[in-house]
Design a protein around this ligand. Structure first.
Ligand SMILES: NC(=O)c1ccc[n+]([C@@H]2O[C@H](COP(=O)([O-])OP(=O)(O)OC[C@H]3O[C@@H](n4cnc5c(N)ncnc54)[C@H](O)[C@@H]3O)[C@@H](O)[C@H]2O)c1
Length: 341
């Protein structure tokens, strides 16, 4: 039976319009069997922009009103993290499947409440952990799956950015650097590296971290973080900054069989002075919307929806990443190692 799913885009800001919508508009891809029939956003201007791209969508400035009027199978939540809990709550009431942007939520209490809302419900919850789908990571994951490299014991990730990404100008562009709404680079970017690290090194056990505001003139939140995560099977070291003079994403992984060194342009498998390099034509650091990474992520979400695959594994992955973020801040403020429970 051909797929025929109807959904609503909740939040027509930057990632909604530039990251998610292109996948739905591709009628040879996801958009072949999935239709966005409605969208909500707090800005009329953003809704007008959305209607230019998707004239058939009904536009709402109230998510509550949208959910009360539309007949849907799923919602795609592209709003800031401090709104996720209430939107998820409303979607669960309507038994809608949920695709949700990262990070899951700004507090541990929100994470627990969301778990209570979604567990034991017949809905799929799927976080936007799209770094799994970047070409470099897929090469490494493929080598691990095929046992070409053995299980890693160490990973180091480095994210260099010139600035914090801004939200769209029609709403509240600075929410990401507002301590009451977004948090700093750990909240905004840390999540991605925390689930990647945990996926290869096992559940995180403890964190020791330092954050700094090197650009006090620009941001009231931390712009740089150096994080050591202890995992069940090894250690990860995560460096994040919005205070860099270049944009880049590098990582390296040590395994008993070889080292894997990954830059924007290549993945190199290195052993005893020999290196096998795989070139990457399209790199992850080019754009903050990661437009090319969403179709595969969404395909996995919709496959789960079709198969009624309601496991909580992806929810728990988002919850663990959120816990790592909170423990990172606690480690900084208490100046000590913090266990992650
Ligand atoms: N996965 C990624 O790599 C990635 C990249 C960018 C953004 N994001 C995430 O996507 C989310 C949005 O980020 P953005 O950059 O698009 O921000 P943005 O500010 O450009 O857009 C957010 C939009 O949400 C709308 N909004 C707020 N509350 C709402 C509500 N209750 N109902 C409906 N709309 C509401 C606002 O009007 C705004 O237009 C954040 O959680 C962010 O962390 C993820």
């Amino acid at each position: 039976v051909a797929r025929c799913l109807k959904g609503a885009l909740i939040g027509a800001g930057n990632i909604g319009i530039m990251g998610h919508l292109p996948a739905y508009l591709d009628k040879d891809g996801i958009g072949g069997g999935v239709e966005i029939v409605a969208a909500s956003d707090l800005s009329e201007n953003n809704l007008r922009e959305l209607k230019k791209l998707l004239p058939t969508a009904r536009a709402y400035t109230s998510t509550e009103e949208l959910l009360s009027k539309e007949k849907l199978d799923f919602v795609d939540i592209c709003t800031p993290p401090n709104t996720h809990m209430s939107i998820i709550g409303m979607a669960v009431q309507k038994n809608l499947h949920i695709l949700c942007e990262k990070p899951l939520a700004p507090t541990i209490e929100d994470v627990s409440s969301i778990r209570e809302m979604v567990k034991n419900k017949k809905i799929v919850f799927f976080p936007c952990h799209q770094y799994y789908y970047n070409p470099q990571w897929k090469i490494v994951q493929d080598a691990l799956n095929k046992n070409e490299i053995s299980s890693p014991f160490y990973a180091r990730f480095e994210v260099f950015r010139l600035n914090a990404s801004m939200g769209n100008p029609s709403w509240c562009p600075s929410w990401r650097v507002d301590p009451t709404q977004g948090g700093g680079i750990v909240t905004d970017h840390g999540t991605h590296l925390m689930y990647l690290a945990s996926s290869i090194l096992g559940p995180p056990v403890a964190v020791t971290a330092k954050t700094r505001k090197f650009r006090k003139d620009k941001y009231p939140v931390e712009d740089t973080a150096s994080i050591i995560l202890e995992h069940e099977r090894g250690i990860s070291n995560i460096f994040l900054t919005w205070a860099s003079s270049h944009r880049g994403f590098n990582f390296s992984i040590l395994t008993p069989s070889c080292d894997v060194v990954v830059k924007d342009e290549f993945v190199a498998f290195m052993k005893n002075g020999e290196s096998r390099k795989v070139k990457i034509p399209d790199n992850l650091s080019k754009s903050s919307t990661h437009k090319n990474l969403y179709p595969e992520l969404m395909e996995n979400f919709f496959t789960r929806v079709e198969n009624n695959d309601i496991q909580m594994d992806f929810f728990e992955e988002a919850a663990i990443s959120a816990k790592c973020v909170f423990a990172t801040y606690e480690s900084c403020s208490k100046n000590k190692r913090v266990e992650i429970k």
